[in-house]
Design a protein around this ligand. Structure first.
Ligand code: SAM
Length: 262
C-alpha cells in the first residue's frame, strides 16, 4: 500500500469502513485522481473484500446513504459481524453505522438482566441484537423503514441461538407508536439527525435514557440543560452526563446523553 500512496494520502484512507465484505470509502477531492490506487490498497489490506463503494451523504428520513460501487460485485447487501452477532444489511436500503460498535458494547455492559428496554429508530436492530446477546432482557424496538424492519426480523432469526434476551419488533412511526406503549426501565434513542425525539423518549423512560444527538461543541451545556428542563416538565428529577461519541463535522459532535431519572 505504502509503495503507491504517500503518507499524506494514506491519512485519507482512514475515512473508510468495512461492513461485512464491503468497504465503503469517502474519497476527498484531493484523491480523486487516485481511485485505482485506493482500490488496490484496500484490496491488499483486506483481501476478503468483494465490493468497494464510494459513500455519499445520508439522505431522507430513513438516513440511507448514497453509494456508488467502484470495484467488485454489483451489490450492497452483506452480513456484518460485530460484538458476537451477525447483522445483515443492505446499504442501498437501510442505515447502518459500524463505528457505533463500541457504543453498542458500552450500553450492553450497562444493562442488567431483567430490564425492559425500548429502542425507537432501531434500524436493522444492531443495538437490540448486541444487548440481547449479552443480557437476559425484554426489548421492544420500533422502526419505520419497511426494508430495515424486514432485515431486522431476519437478523433476530439469524442470531436466535446466540441471544439471551427477547426482541419484539414493531413496524411503525415512533411518534405514533410510542404514545401507545408503557414506560420502560431503559430507553435507547439512536435518533435520526434533525429529528427531535427528546420529550417523546424521556416520557417513556422509567429510569434511564440514552439519547443520541448532534451538538456543536459550544452547545453541549445548553443541550444538557434542555434535557433537565424536559425532565422537570414531566415532573421528574434527572442527572445528565453528555458523552462525545464521534466527530461529525468541524466543531460538531455526535453525542450520547446518558440520563438517569430519579
Ligand atoms: C440514525 S438511524 C439508526 C438506525 C439503527 N439504530 C442503527 O444504529 O443502525 C435512524 C433510524 O430511524 C428510522 N426512522 C426515521 N424516522 C422514524 C420514525 N418516525 N419512526 C421510526 N423509525 C424512524 C430510520 O429509518 C433509521 O433506520
Amino acid at each position: 500500500m505504502a509503495e503507491r500512496l504517500s503518507e499524506e494520502e494514506l491519512k485519507y484512507l482512514r475515512r473508510y469502513d468495512v461492513i461485512g465484505d464491503i468497504a465503503v470509502i469517502q474519497i476527498p477531492p484531493e484523491l480523486e485522481h487516485r481511485v485505482e490506487d485506493i482500490v488496490f490498497a484496500l484490496r491488499k489490506v483486506h483481501p476478503f473484500l468483494k465490493v468497494i463503494a464510494r459513500k455519499g451523504f445520508h439522505e431522507g428520513a430513513f438516513r440511507i446513504r448514497d453509494y456508488s460501487i467502484i470495484w467488485g460485485e454489483r451489490r450492497l447487501e452483506t452480513v456484518h459481524r460485530e460484538n458476537g452477532v451477525e447483522i445483515k444489511v443492505d446499504l442501498s436500503r437501510v442505515f447502518f453505522n459500524p463505528r457505533m460498535k463500541g457504543e453498542r458494547y458500552r450500553l450492553a455492559q450497562l444493562v442488567k438482566d431483567g430490564e425492559r428496554i425500548l429502542i425507537p429508530f432501531a434500524g436493522v436492530l444492531p443495538y437490540a441484537l448486541v444487548i440481547a446477546r449479552y443480557r437476559k432482557v425484554k426489548i421492544t424496538a420500533v422502526e419505520l423503514n419497511r426494508d430495515a424492519y424486514e432485515l431486522g426480523l431476519e437478523n433476530v432469526e439469524r442470531n436466535r441461538k446466540r441471544l439471551k434476551g427477547e426482541i419484539e419488533f414493531i413496524h411503525g412511526d415512533a411518534f405514533k407508536v410510542l404514545p401507545e406503549l408503557p414506560r420502560y426501565d431503559r430507553v435507547i434513542s439512536p435518533t435520526p439527525r434533525g429529528v427531535d425525539a427528546l420529550a417523546l423518549t424521556l416520557s417513556k423512560a422509567e429510569r434511564r435514557l440514552h439519547y443520541y444527538d448532534f451538538v456543536h461543541e459550544n452547545e453541549v451545556e445548553a443541550f444538557r440543560r434542555r434535557i433537565i428542563e424536559e425532565c422537570q416538565k414531566l415532573g421528574r428529577e434527572c442527572s445528565v452526563r453528555v458523552k462525545k461519541v464521534s466527530d461529525f463535522k468541524p466543531h460538531v459532535f455526535k453525542v450520547c446523553a446518558d440520563v438517569h431519572l430519579s
